[in-house]
Design a protein around this ligand. Structure first.
Ligand code: FDA
Length: 304
């Protein structure tokens, strides 16, 4: 109930305008966001890299309705890739197709992503297309296939274990050699397309993880769930998969001590580092993931 209400709220433009004008939600958001600018994202990334992690940088923004806004967002990614290339640290980027205008003009989206993956290829950086809601799942999978078909080997996407179609998508995308990020899924989806119970979502995650460890290309396991992390570790041991052949991914600000513990154990850990001013929908999804985050938010509100 609370989860769906928060996800619904993440889509409201009126709420976004009201909430982002207010200082307090911004201070809560900064628990999960590196800051407003690319420099903030890079500063946070450098600190994480010094701590033995790698990063994927995300310039916040989604559901863009204006072509110039999409072009401006693509420019920020190009600048980020240039800076990563200059500094030479281990970083990837994560891009939302709807930020590149997918919902207004598919060919614009495809062109902008083409420019980004082209630049990324030149500096040796991997690009993951974030997976958004089910209205754009097929388009996102098809974009990865199209970009890879055009010779861009360094592009893959996220796949969500709550989606019934994901197991098939993983086989389809693995056939093209794409390196995939497996996550549970952060949107509110109907039963017709998505598993609803925690057991089903986790069961699907474990099954997809097994497939990726056995047949995928450098799988990227995005989860903070202890049970699934143990499952992945055990499966890797059973399959004799080296710790360098896959990575764990977690969100900036979420379970940092678990991130450190995995690094100490010799696992690869990539942190998703969002930056930018459009933090409202991202914050609402993080609140939806964990009731304790809502309590933290309400406590901060009470204490102002
Ligand atoms: P689960 O929600 O069961 O959480 C397990 C435990 O982790 C919780 O008990 C809690 O301790 C901790 N935890 C989880 N979320 C927390 C939070 N927000 N704050 C504090 N603690 C938290 N989704 C999507 O739809 N498309 C995408 O492209 C991506 N991309 C992505 C990248 C990366 C690197 C990560 C880690 C996650 C995503 N996600 C995503 C989000 C993902 O789908 C999912 O919503 C969250 O990761 C939470 O799911 P968990 O697997 O962590 O399990």
């Amino acid at each position: 109930m609370l989860r769906s209400a928060l996800i619904k709220a993440s889509e409201s433009a009126a709420l976004r305008r009201a909430v982002t004008r207010w200082r307090l939600p911004r201070s809560v958001a900064m628990r999960f966001v590196a800051g407003d600018t690319l420099d903030d994202g890079l500063d946070t990334s450098r600190a994480l890299v010094r701590a033995g992690k790698t990063v994927t940088l995300d310039y916040l923004g989604e559901s863009v309705t204006d072509a110039d806004e999409a072009r401006a967002a693509a420019k920020v990614y190009l600048e980020a890739l240039g800076r990563i290339g200059q500094e030479g640290f281990d970083a990837g980027v994560s891009v939302k197709p709807t930020q590149m205008g997918l919902e207004i003009d598919r060919s614009l989206c495809s062109d902008l992503l083409g420019e980004i993956v082209d630049e990324a290829g030149q500096v040796g950086v991997h690009v993951t297309l974030d997976m958004e809601d089910s209205d754009v799942t097929e388009a996102t999978v098809a974009l990865v296939e199209e970009l890879r078909g055009a010779g861009h080997a360094e592009v893959g996407c996220a796949v969500q274990s709550y989606m019934r179609r994901t197991r098939a998508d993983i086989e389809r995308l693995s056939a093209s050699g794409a390196s995939l990020r497996l996550c549970k899924g952060a949107y509110a989806e109907p039963e017709s397309v998505a598993f609803q119970s925690r057991d089903d979502v986790d069961g699907s995650y474990a099954e997809c993880a097994d497939y990726l460890l056995a047949h995928g290309t450098y799988p990227r396991f995005a989860t903070h769930d202890d049970r699934l992390i143990d499952h992945i570790r055990n499966t890797a041991v059973r399959l004799e998969t080296s710790r360098a052949a896959f990575e764990f991914q977690m969100l900036y600000g979420v379970r940092p001590s678990l991130q450190d513990a995995l690094v100490r154990d010799g696992y690869r850990m990539r942190v998703y580092v969002p930056f930018g001013e459009q933090w409202y929908p991202y914050l609402m999804r993080r609140l939806a993931e964990r009731p304790a985050n809502v309590a933290f938010f309400l406590r901060a509100l009470r204490d102002t």
